[in-house]
Design a protein around this ligand. Structure first.
Ligand SMILES: Cc1cc2nc3c(=O)[nH]c(=O)nc-3n(C[C@H](O)[C@H](O)[C@H](O)COP(=O)(O)O)c2cc1C
Length: 324
């Protein structure tokens, strides 16, 4: 048996697994590895830095002849950036965290599939209004920036709203059981970030990888404090889930105080210069509970796909047996 969904049909891929476009972490090598293994790899281009795009898109194109895509942060881009991304001819462009309306037509008119990640029902309705080909319902278990909805009730609500438009589940999915659950909720696949962070191909330091492997979900915290310390322009409605660290423990819940404390902000900047993980964010979601080692992206895609098939069959057998 193979898992066939509207997503696998749309892109001609083998597994309903999409690599989240993790800014600065999901580069061309990781995206190509995921695509080569039968998923859909998305490069995390954040605000669309051209040098990053030149290098990472080149690596993706060199690494695979299969479909791959690029993810952008809506609050950080303009039309010039979108047009420069379209010129690179990815098969998919994913837009997150803001209003996709100004860019949707340009992407779709270029014949590129438009994926829109949403964090609440208003955003989901907006994504459908602008003609998204795929809507990604992201729960706040996710690593990195997120909204305030939990994956389990949010995904089927978006599935109901989206009708024939395929929906992907994101947030807290790291193995075949999670993918199977997403499919059972009516999703056409899963968009996975944190689990792919702990792969050999991800662009993270050895210290960050070690911290993710060692961490438990209870070591993660949804916060604004680290964005404030970084002086980041992220909109306040999107906090970020990161691993806890001593600086965050000190300032979580005291964000206004932190914002107006020049000594603390300078202390943070000094620590960031030396990449000190007692201060800087390691973006990671509750799925860290399910991560016990670094894997290659190819092994991971294959294993999650196979385990999801098995989880679906096992659940059907168990439940049918239970009713006999
Ligand atoms: C390290 C990291 C960086 C991320 N950067 C982005 C980003 O630049 N753009 C984006 O749309 N989502 C980003 N996300 C969120 C993902 O798109 C996705 O929603 C999330 O990873 C799914 O939850 P999971 O981490 O539990 O798999 C990031 C997530 C992580 C872990």
């Amino acid at each position: 048996m193979a898992l066939r969904t509207d997503l696998t049909g749309m892109f001609g891929i083998e597994h309903p697994i999409v690599l989240a476009p993790m800014g600065g972490v999901a580069g061309g090598v990781l995206a190509a590895a995921v695509s080569e293994a039968g998923g859909l790899g998305l490069i995390g281009a954040g605000g669309g830095d051209r040098e990053w795009l030149d290098r990472e898109c080149g690596l993706a194109a060199d690494g695979t002849g299969k479909p791959w895509g690029i993810g952008l942060l809506l609050w950080a881009i303009d039309m010039d950036i979108v047009l420069s991304v379209i010129e690179r001819r990815p098969q998919a462009i994913m837009l997150s965290f803001g209003d996709p309306a100004p860019y949707a037509a340009a992407i779709r008119d270029a014949g590129i599939r438009l994926l829109v990640q949403v964090t609440d029902m208003d955003e989901a309705a907006r994504a459908l209004d602008v003609g998204a080909d795929v809507v990604i319902a992201q729960g706040s278990e996710a690593g990195g920036h997120c909204g305030h909805r939990a994956t389990l009730p949010f995904v089927p609500s978006v599935v109901d709203l989206a009708a024939s438009t395929p929906v992907l589940a994101a947030g807290g999915i790291a193995d075949g059981r999670g993918l199977a659950a997403a499919l059972t909720l009516g999703a056409a696949g899963a968009l996975i970030g944190t689990r792919f962070e702990a792969t050999h191909e991800a662009l993270i330091s050895a210290a960050e990888a070690k911290a993710i492997v060692a961490a438990h979900a209870s070591d993660t915290e949804c916060n604004r404090a680290l964005d404030i310390a970084r002086g980041s322009a992220w909109p306040a409605e999107y906090p970020a889930r990161t691993l806890r660290n001593p600086f965050l423990d000190r300032w979580h819940g005291r964000e206004a105080e932190l914002a107006s404390d020049p000594v603390a902000l300078q202390e943070y900047r000094d620590a960031a210069e030396r990449d000190d993980l007692d201060y800087v964010p390691v973006w990671a979601g509750e799925a860290v509970d399910l991560i016990t080692d670094l894997e290659s992206a190819a092994d991971l895609v294959g294993r999650i796909g196979r385990d999801a098939e098995k989880a679906i069959l096992d659940a059907a057998k168990r439940c049918v047996a239970a009713t006999k």
